[in-house]
Design a binder for this molecule. Structure first.
Ligand SMILES: C[S@@+](CC[C@H](N)C(=O)[O-])C[C@H]1O[C@@H](n2cnc3c(N)ncnc32)[C@H](O)[C@@H]1O
Length: 257
């Protein structure tokens, strides 16, 4: 769809490799006059924007300074009201923990039209890169995208977690993951459930830490991670090659290039 001046496209940048952008996303970036992008968006993707495009990093990595959401909203509004083609670029898929609903509601309420361009979410990139499915016939019939923590830092409700046929993909809240894993086990999920923690999914420097739910805290503490991490829990994970000769505690597996 053409990008009308004075409108905002909320675009998924995928997990961090430029060739995992959709064509629609790439075209939107190449056509942008103002680009507001999150910290998880890689330089290679930002570089697709024209030289004359106004580029603003909005931050948004845990523990690092980032613009307040209200500031980002106002900035998008101001740039759109100047008649610019604005692209709001977010890591992964904007509709998965990307606050796209809030930003869209704000802009629409102020009379600015929006369009969402989907992207490859971290769990999909992790599954593709390390060779396991997120659903699997007869084994994994449901898929839950979940965050480990709520806004105030407490663990999220996990009443659904004992469901053996569900694959769980956990985003954010890495420090809470050991407590979360303990809670999942207490709620009836087997401590032997396969788990794969993937750092920098979709990128050349991705690492996967295979393990079991009962050892998740230990495995994560042993490897340490600088980049973003998505943790996938469920029987489907055992299809990964990295899992077949797993010793616990696990050693990280590098991505094959
Ligand atoms: C605010 S959420 C955004 C999720 C994003 N919209 C998506 O669809 O992937 C940020 C969290 O997503 C996960 N994440 C994002 N990119 C990742 C990547 N390349 N590898 C692993 N996890 C990633 C991490 O759990 C990170 O803390």
């Amino acid at each position: 769809m053409p990008h009308d001046p004075g409108t905002v496209k909320l675009v998924g940048a995928g997990p961090g490799a430029a060739d995992l952008l959709t064509l629609r996303a790439a075209r939107a970036i190449e056509d942008a006059q103002a680009l507001l992008y999150d910290a998880l968006v890689c330089d290679e993707v930002v570089a697709l924007a024209p030289a004359a495009c106004v580029k603003i990093q909005t931050g948004k990595r845990a523990g690092r300074a980032s613009m307040k959401q209200e500031t980002i909203n106002r900035l998008m509004l101001r740039l759109a009201r100047r008649g610019l083609r604005v692209v709001r670029l977010k890591g992964g898929d904007p509709s998965v923990f990307g606050r796209v609903g809030e930003e869209q509601a704000f802009l629409n309420a102020h009379g600015v039209a929006t369009e969402v361009v989907p992207g490859v979410t971290a769990a999909s990139a992790a599954a593709a890169q390390f060779g396991f499915p997120l659903t699997h016939r007869g084994e994994a019939r449901r898929l839950v995208f979940a965050t480990a923590t709520t806004r105030d830092g407490t663990l999220t409700d996990t009443g659904w977690a004992a469901d053996r046929e569900a694959t769980l993909a956990f985003y954010m809240g890495r420090n809470q993951l050991p407590a979360l894993a303990a809670r999942l086990v207490a709620q009836g999920r087997s401590p032997d459930t396969p788990v794969m923690a993937v750092e920098n999914a979709g990128r050349a420097d991705a690492r996967a830490m295979p393990g079991r739910l009962g050892d998740l805290g230990q495995a994560l503490a042993a490897v340490g991670c600088e980049g973003p991490v998505v943790v996938v829990v469920g029987e489907a994970v055992a299809h990964a090659a990295a899992f077949s000769d797993l010793e616990v505690p696990a050693t990280p597996v590098e991505a094959r290039s």
